[in-house]
Design a protein around this ligand. Structure first.
Ligand code: FAD
Ligand code: NAD
Length: 154
């Protein structure tokens, strides 16, 4: 199966868009990710999947903590910045919870410590145990077939 066909098929699964953040030696690092899911309620666990070539991989390994901020529909530029698609540092602002940076004004942030990491092909899954949650009102940014959009109730 061609990789393009695989990506086209996976792209048919509409997702939200998140920014994964962490801090190492007082340096904050963020990256855009849509491979995020809820795993367990008791204990509260989530997972993210990080490309083994992403700088984020070593940062999370080193810090042992990370946060996942779910973006609002007005935060497309934030997603593009942290995916390296369009440099726009003006749209970046962080808050901090338990010493972990989160994206300001996001829809929700999940602050975690690493419970387990699992190597899976060319990615690594980090399972995070939830330390804290932040929620606000708003509508999510969506990603479908490689394009950004917004969510509509039908
Ligand atoms: P870089 O490429 O160096 O960093 C990403 C960008 O963030 C750079 O522009 C950098 O300047 C900026 N940045 C980082 N820290 C800061 C800071 N403190 N202040 C200001 N700017 C900062 N990849 C995955 O592995 N898993 C996924 O689930 C995933 N999902 C994606 C979903 C979407 C919708 C998109 C568009 C991309 C996705 N990617 C995913 C790809 C991933 O976002 C990019 O490959 C990203 O560039 C990897 O980041 P990096 O850690 O290698 O660091
Ligand atoms: P795309 O068509 O590449 O993405 C569609 C879907 O394919 C994604 O939602 C994801 O489910 C899957 N996918 C894409 N690249 C993948 C990868 N390297 N590993 C595992 N699954 C992957 O959309 P696009 O607009 O071309 O994406 C922009 C960039 O972001 C591309 O370079 C893409 O590779 C990267 N991206 C990576 C991931 C990931 O690593 N999990 C997810 C989304 C996008």
């Amino acid at each position: 199966m061609k990789n393009r066909t695989f990506r086209d098929a996976m792209g048919k699964f509409a997702t939200g868009v998140t920014i994964v953040t962490t801090k190492v030696n007082d340096q904050t690092h963020g990256m855009t990710a849509n491979a995020f899911m809820s795993v367990s309620l008791d204990p509260q666990l989530i997972t993210i999947s990080i490309d083994n070539n992403a700088k984020m991989l070593d940062y999370i390994k080193e810090s042992g903590k990370f946060a996942v901020s779910i973006l609002k529909d007005e935060q497309k530029e934030v997603s593009m910045h942290f995916a390296g698609q369009k440099d726009n540092p003006d749209v970046v602002s962080f808050d901090e919870v338990y010493g972990i940076p989160i994206i300001q004004d996001s829809l929700a942030s999940v602050i975690c410590e690493v419970d387990k990491s699992v190597e899976a092909g060319d990615h690594t899954l980090f399972i995070g145990e939830v330390l804290e949650l932040k929620l606000t009102d708003g509508s999510p940014l969506a990603f479908f077939s490689g394009k950004y959009g917004s969510y509509q109730v039908v």
